[in-house]
Design a protein around this ligand. Structure first.
Ligand SMILES: Cc1ncc(COP(=O)(O)O)c(C=O)c1O
Length: 384
């Protein structure tokens, strides 16, 4: 059958996961956490399922959840989004981002994507007839070179997709980054999708900057976030999209033809749970501790750690151990060392080799200890 995505093979990231299982390796490759959801949230979900809410949810999402989302956003970022007209519940960040792309991208439009990037942006743009324009996040630091971006903006640029805190590099956009983006898009018709899935995980002084905090960005942005990383419920497939009324109206119109219903009982349980609780600072501290612990375990080893400012991903360079391509190093670490990690090249549209692997550190301390032990052992014994 003819494919609509000739340049993609399907996600080899999930292949890594399968291979990890096959080889009984510890899987650090995908963003899967080892932690359980809060007990009360689990109880609420099962009681809601037993008793009610097993029918279709409202298309825009359960109102009580939209209210919680809007209230929290205001409480943290000082901007009001109307739960009635500007907040929509979606079936996870990927769907919300794809819907926003469909809402704005037409045949022939260009969409700027920083690279490396989360895997789904480029294919979603192509499925809508758009052309992804990749702007590299360069080393050292994987920061955005705003001058490079300026040069890539053309009259056909319709959309820029940003992601902060960033998967896979762990960078966090600074206030200056957001101001630069605001300056460069001022007076243009360019839309922004701001993927803020890891908004609650930004460490030390590198606090998350949301697009909604910048008036010139808020007026043109779809802000996508998720309760997954905060409550360890990525598998619930819930996310929300905040956008000005006219943009939300179009987003909802399209979502309705893609997915009528988003897990009603889970929305209801989450809304009830969120009322009166706010563990965002706690989870931030928790993952900052995990990052620090994983970093300490690898300190003094031949692995070089790229600083993670946010998210639960750690980039690790193996350049002091071997010059082989990252895919080869990852395969050997998996097969011979018993640890699965994601080669950074998986997050690039053209597979060029890098000296980096990405590790998800959302794991128990015992797992992190065993992973570090195996990695160090592998580095000492593997013959390259
Ligand atoms: C930056 C980013 N955006 C979006 C997603 C998609 O989340 P989901 O698979 O829950 O839809 C992920 C998941 O890893 C992510 O890391």
């Amino acid at each position: 059958m003819q494919t609509k995505l000739p340049e993609t093979q399907g996600s080899s990231l999930w292949d890594m996961r399968e291979m990890a299982m096959e080889h009984q390796a510890i899987d650090m490759s995908v963003g899967v956490t080892e932690f359980s959801l809060p007990a009360r949230l689990g109880e609420l979900a099962s009681s809601v399922i037993r008793n009610q809410y097993n029918n279709y949810a409202p298309v825009a999402g359960c109102m009580s959840l939209r209210e919680q989302v809007a209230a929290r956003y205001f409480n943290r970022y000082g901007k009001r989004y109307s739960p009635v007209t500007e907040v929509t519940i979606s079936a996870g960040p990927i769907q919300a981002i794809s819907t926003a792309i469909t809402a704005v991208v037409n045949e022939g439009d260009e969409v700027i994507i920083f690279e490396p990037s989360y895997l789904t942006y480029g294919p979603a743009v192509r499925l809508n007839g758009g052309t992804p324009v990749h702007v590299p996040l360069k080393e050292p630091g994987f920061r955005v070179e705003w001058e490079d971006l300026r040069k890539m903006i053309t009259t056909r640029t319709r959309l820029i997709i940003i992601n902060t805190p960033h998967n896979p590099t762990g960078i966090v956009f600074s206030r200056e980054d957001m101001l630069q983006l605001q300056r460069l898009t001022a007076g243009t018709g360019i839309y922004i999708i701001s993927d803020e899935t890891y908004e609650c995980l930004s460490y030390d002084q590198d606090k998350h900057q949301s697009a909604g905090q910048f008036e010139g960005l808020a007026s043109r942005s779809f802000i996508v976030s998720s309760p997954g990383p905060v409550y360890h419920i990525n598998g619930w497939g819930l996310a929300w999209c905040l956008a000005p009324e006219a943009m939300t109206a179009e987003f909802r119109k399209i979502q309705e033809y893609q997915i009528v219903n988003v897990a009603y009982p889970l929305q209801q349980a989450l809304a009830e749970y969120m009322e009166g609780e706010d563990s965002r600072d706690e989870i931030n501290e928790f993952y900052q501790g995990k990052r620090n612990y994983f970093n300490r375990l690898l300190k003094g080893s031949p692995y070089i750690l790229h600083p993670t400012q946010g998210s639960y991903f750690q980039l690790v360079s193996f350049s002091a151990i071997s010059q082989v391509p990252d895919t080869e190093f990852a395969l050997r670490l998996l097969r011979e060392g018993g640890v699965a990690a994601a080669p950074l090249s998986l997050f690039m549209h053209k597979k060029k080799s890098t000296p980096y692997l990405r590790f998800c550190f959302a794991k128990k301390n015992e797992t992190l200890e065993e992973v570090a032990r195996r990695m160090i052992d592998f580095a000492a014994k593997a013959a390259f």
